[in-house]
Design a protein. Sequence first.
Length: 186
Amino acid sequence: MKSDNQRERFERCFHEHAPAILGYALRRTSSADDAADVLAETMLVVWRRVDDLPEEPETVLWLYGIARNVLLNMVRSQRRRTRLTEKLTGLRLPHLDESNHGDWVAVSQIQAVVSALPERDREILLLASTEGLSSQQIGDVLEMNSNTVRTVLHRVRRELSEQLNRIGHVHVEASRKPKDDKEVER
């Protein structure tokens, strides 16, 4: 629980500097929603680290540093999502800009198919595809038998391949094994 003094420092910081941080984020993101997310994440860090809040005039500089790190995390997250999409489609997608409407449609359809997976299946697929974990490692993370993970992963990839092939934008192979996935020794 934060003390009254900590709460007051946070509130003063927010009221004095939120407009500047929001403006900073608006100039560096593609949407007002993303900028609002940057402001919210920045202020969350401030709340957690209110005891580290420097005195004026360094406060806004500290906030810009935090906002910059939040923006970098957003960029990394977007890159991970793009890499996942590329892995799932087996394609290297061209740079997506407004003139590549068909690519945007394909990406959104792929995201919809992945999002529609049951939570456990989606988590297994994402741990394998984005984190590069083996079936054994995924089993450890999810507290599941590695053979069950391997079976689920094979089924999910097959179903995903069938759905994406039905859409007609991509052709993927369902039988791909992670390169670090080894047969279980008996």
